[in-house]
Design a protein. Sequence first.
Length: 265
Amino acid sequence: MHRYRFLLTRQWVILTLVAIALIPTMIRLGFWQQSRYEMRTARNQLVSDALHAKRVPVEKLTSPGHAVTRMEKYRTVTATGTFDTAREVVVRRRVNADEEVGFHVLTPLVLTDGHVLLVNRGWIPANGSQTAFPKIPAPPRGRTTVTGRLMVDETTAASGIKDLRGLPARQIMLINSEDEARRLGARVLGGYIEQTAPAPKGGSPEQISDPGSEDAPLNYAYMIQWWLFAAGVPVGWWFLVRREIRDRVEATPEQQATETEPATA
């Protein structure tokens, strides 16, 4: 066993301790990626189920003061009413598919029973100004039936967007039915919808695209990668040990030859 005595040197003790510490760390990282993979897979399935579910009248899923649930989010709903453009607002600092900064257009839809549904009609460019109220393409006049994806109220905690005060007139940071109910003095249905039909004339406002699926397969690949790394650590450690033994064996005859070589006069 004397050939392994070098493992007690300071250098090899540190190397061995590091290897031992890396194995459980990498295993835990693999389980963390596994949990993210499962979470994203479940989220993607939930979104897909909601998007492909049968459309229903919005009143079947939400009502004034209702908090839209995860199971209700992205469900396709319909609503009939009249757009109230006089109390329309824009939502600041929103980007389109091309990452251009602009506004979302939020228009109250007054339903036949007097309740109000918040409709995000889509994105318009800021045209170089974030303070002036933009020119907004008009929605259909009169009684209109719209279709859209039901969304949850936006909050700072969920979105990371600060709800700034003192904004220019008719501009908001977050779409929140409770805040809009107070502003409008009306009974506003909980949540809001992202309009998908009818399509706007001239393509503006630019409709918001379907929610994309999160990249769950990437997390699966990372999970396998971390576990392979964990398995590779002891293999790599043993390879280094064998190489050290080989180097020491090869060096021994040279060292003996040097020690026995007679000194020259």
